[in-house]
Design a protein around this ligand. Structure first.
Ligand code: NDP
Length: 329
């Protein structure tokens, strides 16, 4: 098995030479285990936080051990009666080409007429995150005006479409004109986020003069200050991510945090894994929309295991790569 590891704890944006491609021989397959050959690997922003040697809601990655992440694989050998060769499963032994995994730890995939890799994107963890943040955390109603940051990304692009289909007015921020054009085609009022917090606030105000009721926050930094300044009284902020801070331990702000008080807002962070019991409900709602082409999604596909670090690092570039980052093996 070939796998990626990190050989040191990165500071700031990881340099590509933090990653090392290693090889090991897999031991004999144990009882209750599956030998899976990976077909698609997911890279996700949260992995950056696991590279720091600090436990948060999840353990840090061990140095020199295989990295982990969501992956889709095919069972090539099974020592569990529930699975047979050829079955497709989702599991956490990503960043490698093949692995032995416990059958208890894998997920079977829903039976929908959709491309396999959507189970890592719009119908996987990112999609479930959009749905959870809007519904469970923000309690979205059809008369809400919604702001989504990183709105054209894997999470954001489903969030804006679910909100729009509910009848909400939606403002979305993104880092390039192309991304803004795509958002516009989805019925979203786009704002390019490459401007100061003050200018962003003005642009959001121009797009939604009635103010923002629900803010789905993915970015942090000046974006969060602009979001706070754009909120109506009693607004709800679902804090999903802070990607602009993941590579800078000493980032300042937000300057406008006192507005949570003055506007009597509710601001709540969430981790989608804690809501995984609702995944079936999410699939029942979003699965048919994706299968029928009523939800659009974008992908940036990187080919070959060697490209995994590059795919991961692309998440921290603004404006360049679109949608869900995937590695195809
Ligand atoms: P995306 O597909 O949105 O990709 C990341 C995007 O973030 C980039 O394409 C870029 O978009 C934007 N970005 C990167 N760096 C910056 C920066 N410094 N300032 C502003 N924008 C930046 O990734 P995901 O959809 O997978 O994740 C989106 C967010 O959701 C992340 O914050 C992630 O951590 C969070 N998340 C949280 C979960 C939870 O359980 N709470 C679960 C899954 C994701 P652009 O070109 O538009 O600038």
């Amino acid at each position: 098995s070939r796998y990626f590891t990190i050989t040191s704890r990165p500071e700031g944006l990881p340099s590509p030479d933090v990653f090392s491609l290693e090889e090991m021989e897999l031991p004999a397959l144990g009882d209750g285990e599956l030998h899976v050959r990976n077909l698609w690997l997911s890279v996700d922003p949260y992995m950056r936080n696991r590279m720091d040697g600090v436990k948060t809601y999840i353990e840090p990655f061990d140095l020199n051990a295989p990295l982990e992440g969501a992956a889709l694989g095919e069972v090539v050998e099974s020592r569990d009666e529930r699975f047979k060769p050829g079955d497709k499963v989702r599991h956490m032994a990503g960043w490698r080409d093949e692995a032995h995994v416990s059958a208890d730890s894998v997920e079977r995939l829903p039976d929908l007429d959709v491309p396999l890799q959507t189970y890592l994107g719009v119908l996987g963890m990112p999609g479930m995150t959009a749905w959870t943040g809007l519904n469970t955390i923000a309690g979205l109603g059809s008369d809400d005006t919604v702001l989504v940051s990183a709105a054209s990304g894997a999470v954001g692009s489903l969030a804006v479409q679910l909100a729009h289909q509910k009848g909400c007015r939606v403002v979305g921020t993104a880092g390039s004109d192309e991304k803004c054009d795509w958002l516009k085609s989805l019925g979203v009022s786009p704002v390019n986020h490459h401007q100061s917090a003050e200018a962003l606030t003005k642009a959001i105000k121009a797009a939604a003069p009635q103010g923002i009721d629900v803010y789905f926050e993915n970015v942090g930094g000046p974006m969060l200050d602009a979001g706070l300044a754009s909120m109506n009284d009693y607004g709800r902020i679902a804090v999903c991510g802070m990607i602009s801070r993941y590579n800078s331990a000493s980032a300042e702000g937000p300057a406008n945090i006192a507005m949570v008080l003055t506007k009597r807002m509710r601001m709540q962070g969430f981790i989608v894994l804690e809501h995984w019991a609702d995944y079936q409900k999410f699939i029942e709602e979003a699965g048919p929309l994706v299968a029928a082409g009523k939800v659009e999604y974008q992908e940036s596909v990187f080919d070959g295991l060697e490209a995994t670090p590059e795919a991961f690092l692309s998440l921290f570039e603004s404006g360049t790569y679109a949608g869900k980052r995937l590695v195809r093996l």
